[in-house]
Write a protein that binds this ligand. Structure first.
Ligand code: Z5A
Length: 216
């Protein structure tokens, strides 16, 4: 059986990653590909337990490197129990956030030494890199407004939503820098597009970068 493909979605808060993940999975399914959507932090029961701790802010006081270690612990379990077996079984895996989130949130914004973070990434993913990363580029004021609109009355903001606008602006720039540095893996998409137009742009990128049609 052919190995599957690994697609990751990245971007700031409220950029539309989860919405796009569902749409892309639908398009791939219609094209006949077995597809699985998942997310980080989380995606497996043990990683979901770590997600709850991180998003509740329980690791914040220990600093950015401790948070990076927790995201990495969750990622190792997610890769071992879900991502790698699915890819080896021929599925296409669409993951809402992956290594670039650690690079941006903990690395750039948390000011972790890049060499240290690269070493941590290398032992965490053990050779598994995304075949394609779609980075949803959006003015953070729009993304945060979308996230606020979605919040239920009385619901608290999470560990990262509560950061300043300057933090979210730096985050957008850090993602753009990754897209510029790694053009073979990454495609920057305009996330101001409607959900339908964004899904169409993403589908085009997937078709151009990965084999979505049987060889002639
Ligand atoms: N984090 C980290 O620090 N380090 C790591 O290594 C990892 C993660 C893996 C996870 O939060 C947090 O963990 C994240 C980074 C950090 N923090 N932040 N911020 P999460 O999973 O709870 O949140 P998120 O990843 O940011 O996702 P989100 O807020 O759910 O946003 P989204 O998935 O990008 O958007 P959405 O749910 O698809 O859409 C949001 C709203 O906008 C919704 O009402 C939609 O109907 C609407 N929407 C969606 N698309 C559109 C378009 N195209 N136009 C207009 N409106 C739209």
């Amino acid at each position: 059986m052919d190995k599957g493909r690994f697609i990751t979605l990245e971007g700031g808060e409220g950029a539309g990653k989860s919405t796009l993940a569902r749409a892309l999975a639908g398009r791939l399914g219609e094209a006949g590909f077995a597809t699985r959507t998942t997310r980080e932090p989380g995606g497996s029961p043990k990683a979901e337990a770590i997600r709850e701790m991180i998003l509740a802010g329980q690791a914040k006081d220990y600093g950015a490197f401790a948070e990076a270690l927790m995201f990495s612990a969750a990622r190792i379990d997610h890769i071992d129990s879900l991502i790698r077996p699915a890819l080896e079984g021929g599925e296409w895996v669409i993951c809402d956030r992956f290594i670039d989130s650690t690079r941006v949130y903990q690395g750039v914004l948390g000011k972790i030494d890049p060499a240290l973070l690269a070493a941590l990434e290398s032992v965490t993913v053990a050779g598994l890199m995304p075949d394609l990363t779609l980075i949803l580029d959006l003015d953070p004021e729009i993304g945060l407004a979308r996230a606020a609109k979605r919040r239920r009355p009385g619901e608290a903001v999470d560990r990262f939503e509560g950061e300043t606008l300057a933090f979210h602006r730096n985050l957008r720039q850090a993602y753009r820098d990754i897209a510029a540095r790694e053009p073979r893996r990454c495609v920057l998409l305009d996330a101001t597009l409607s959900p339908e137009a964004l899904a169409e742009a993403a589908w085009r990128a997937v078709g151009e970068r990965l084999q979505t049609r049987p060889e002639a």
